[in-house]
Structures are given as structure tokens and as C-alpha cells.
Design a protein around this ligand. Structure first.
Ligand SMILES: *Cc1c(COP(=O)(O)O)cnc(C)c1O
Length: 371
């Protein structure tokens, strides 16, 4: 993580890769190319990030996009009209919106399934099913799906398995080790890690998939800029220590919340009683630092969101700064109320992304409005 792909070097000996802020590249002669022609197609800084994420995820090649949604959009385009995809029912609201409100009209069918239940997935398979898309742990209910079992089922049926690995990153979870074909990331979150850059990343395990995905990436053009590629590379250098510290803080805070009178239920996969605990032990090396919890009284929501001082009331997650969000009206607002309620994304749910601040400061900050 600290040294990136390990493949890159230049004559100056610089430790940090330069930001190749060039839109285009000079040709020495007819039919000659340095390997770089135009930055939508290839750019050395972006390429280093693409190689780095591929190496970290254990995939063949990586691709970097301007946002996480652009990366997910690129994956969605693997499907043709008339084809069907199974998607985790508890999932980032933007991904739901993409499949429901953008791709449905183009004839791409999607079914939202509780992917923690293999039987439910099997029941929803159709002749035209092409792929299974899951988030694990899921956003925001922290449900854990068994990547190995789902990938095995998908292989048997000839389907592509796609995992959104934003919440744990390859530091804690490598879906390809368990058979996933494609891993997607919102690089905006833990990989960037500083709440200052938007980015999306994709890694595929197979050459045929990479070829299609890269073609779509450069044709559509939502590629990551050289500067933003550099920022994500810089973020990745400290991924390990940030995630360790964030997780350590999160474990304390999850316990504290569990014992807090105003709190009804805490969703954190690091609890032994969490439904996905055993699967987590099998497929991850950590539980991460996202905690969702419900409060007993709805009026506590506004109080917490307005009174926090160290924790910030803002969308997003994964950065060094602790953020708290209200999924019901923010990240998951585009999901119909009935589905939100069924999933547990109610008007009493808060999602906390724990940062690297002093843990006692965070707890004190929350305690002022929760106690
Ligand atoms: C934020 C997020 C996305 C979307 O990424 P952007 O960078 O905001 O486009 C997708 N999946 C998950 C799990 C996310 O948290």
C-alpha cells in the first residue's frame, strides 16, 4: 500500500509519482507512440493508481473513474437490454437509483434481494440473469453476505459476481480471493480517506471483462484526472494505519452506543451477536469503522445532528474526520419509503463513520446529545 504498484520509477528518483498534467502526448513519428496518446485513454498517474488497486485487490487490471457512480455505471453497461441483474436490497441509494431510474428504461431488469440469504438469491434467478451485485457489509444496515458461497452459485450458473468493497477496502476484505469477478469502489471514501476527492475504482479478475470495461471507460470518458489520481494514491499510502485506528475507535464507540440509554439498536459486524459475525471472520480481516444505530425517540435525531461539534453532520464516509448521516433523508432518500422501512432504513436510524480523532472526544461529543 505504501509503495503503490512497485512498477513505477523515473530517472529523477522521486518518491512520489509526478502528476502528469498533460491532456495529450507527442508522437515521435508516424505509427509511433510512447504508450500514451491522450489522457482520456491513458495517463501515467492514473495508470499507476489502476495498477495499485489491481494489485491490492488481487485482480488482473484496475480502472479509475471520476466517481464511484461512474465506476458502477461502467459495470452496469456489461448488461444488454433484456438482461437481468440481482442486487443486494440493502445498498447505497445512488446504486439503486442508477439501476431503477436510469437503466430500467433501457430494458435492464433488476431484482433487489436479501443477499445474506442464498436461498432467496436462488429463487430470484431467471433465464436472463446475467450478474449478482452485492454490497458487504451493506450500506447502511451492515448486513454481511457470503462472497464465497454467492460466487460459487454464480459460477455454476455462468453469472458475473460483482462486489462493492467500499466499506472495507482490500485492507480488510479481498472479494476476489473468494471468487468475485469484479470489485467496485467509491474511492471517495476510505481509499482517498480525507474527504477531499471524488473517485471510483474497478478491478476485474478476467481479461475478457477488463477489455469490455476499459472500452466503456474510455468511450464514455468519466476517467479520473491526473491530480485526483495522485490524491487517491497518496491516500492509499496511509490506508493501513488509518483503517486500524478508525476500527479501534469504532469498536469502542459501538460498545458505548450499545450501553447508551437513548439508543435502541446498534448495527456493527464486530459484535458477536451480529448475524454476519461468523461470515465476517471467514472473509474479512476486520470489521471496519461504519456503525449504524437507531435511537428510541425520533426527536433525538435532530438533537444529535445539530449538536455534534467534533463529529460532522455530513454525507459520505471513510475519511479521517468522523461524519454522521441520516440515511432516511440523505443517502437513501431515492429509495421508496416502503422498501426503506422494510430494510430498516427508518426515520430513527443514524449512520456514523468513525474517523481518527481521539476516541474520548468523539464519545464525549455524542454523549452531550444522547445522554
Ligand atoms: C459513496 C458510495 C458509492 C458512490 O460513490 P461516489 O464516489 O459518491 O460516486 C457507491 N457505493 C458505496 C457503498 C458508497 O458508499
Amino acid at each position: 500500500m505504501v509503495h503503490g504498484s512497485g512498477e513505477w520509477e523515473d530517472q529523477t528518483g522521486c518518491i512520489s509519482i509526478p502528476i502528469y498534467q498533460s491532456a495529450t502526448f507527442k508522437h515521435k513519428g508516424l505509427n509511433q507512440s510512447t504508450g500514451y496518446d491522450y489522457s482520456r485513454l491513458q495517463n501515467p498517474t492514473r495508470e499507476e493508481l489502476e495498477k495499485t488497486i489491481a494489485k491490492l485487490e488481487g485482480g488482473k487490471e484496475g480502472l479509475a473513474f471520476s466517481t464511484g457512480m461512474a465506476a458502477i455505471d461502467c459495470v452496469a453497461r456489461l448488461l444488454k437490454p433484456g438482461e437481468h441483474i440481482i442486487i443486494s436490497d440493502d445498498l447505497y441509494g445512488g446504486t439503486y437509483r442508477l439501476f431503477e431510474d436510469v437503466y430500467k428504461v433501457y430494458g435492464i431488469e433488476s431484482t433487489y434481494v436479501d443477499t445474506t440469504d442464498l436461498e432467496k438469491i436462488t429463487m430470484e434467478l431467471k433465464d436472463n440473469t446475467k450478474a449478482i451485485y452485492m454490497e458487504t457489509p451493506s450500506n447502511p444496515m451492515m448486513k454481511v453476505s457470503d462472497i464465497g458461497k454467492i460466487s460459487a452459485l454464480a459460477k455454476e450458473k455462468g453469472l458475473i459476481t460483482i462486489v462493492d468493497n467500499t466499506f472495507l477496502t482490500p485492507y480488510f476484505q479481498r472479494p476476489m480471493d473468494f471468487g468475485a469477478d469484479i470489485v467496485v469502489h467509491s474511492g471517495t471514501k476510505f481509499l482517498g480517506g480525507h474527504n477531499d476527492t471524488l473517485a471510483g475504482l474497478l478491478v476485474a479478475s478476467r481479461e475478457d471483462l477488463i477489455e469490455k470495461l476499459r472500452f466503456t471507460q474510455v468511450s464514455i470518458g468519466a476517467t479520473l484526472s491526473p491530480f485526483d489520481s495522485w490524491l487517491i494514491l497518496r491516500g492509499i499510502k496511509t490506508l493501513a494505519i488509518r483503517l486500524e485506528k478508525q476500527q479501534e475507535n469504532a469498536k469502542h464507540i459501538a460498545l458505548w452506543l450499545k450501553n447508551c440509554d437513548a439508543v435502541e439498536k446498534v448495527y456493527y459486524p464486530g459484535f458477536k451477536e451480529h448475524e454476519g459475525y461468523e461470515i465476517s471472520l471467514k472473509q474479512t480481516s476486520g470489521f471496519g469503522s461504519i456503525i449504524s444505530f437507531t435511537v428510541k425517540e425520533k426527536k433525538a435525531i435532530g438533537k444529535v445532528l445539530e449538536e455534534v461539534e467534533i463529529v460532522t453532520f455530513a454525507e459520505s464516509l471513510g475519511g479521517v474526520e468522523s461524519l454522521i448521516t441520516y440515511p432516511y433523508l440523505q443517502t437513501h432518500a431515492s429509495i421508496p419509503e416502503e422498501i426503506r422501512n422494510r430494510m430498516g432504513v427508518t426515520d430513527k436510524l443514524l449512520r456514523l463513520s468513525v474517523g481518527i480523532e481521539n476516541v474520548n472526544d468523539i464519545i464525549y461529543d455524542l454523549s452531550k446529545s444522547l445522554n
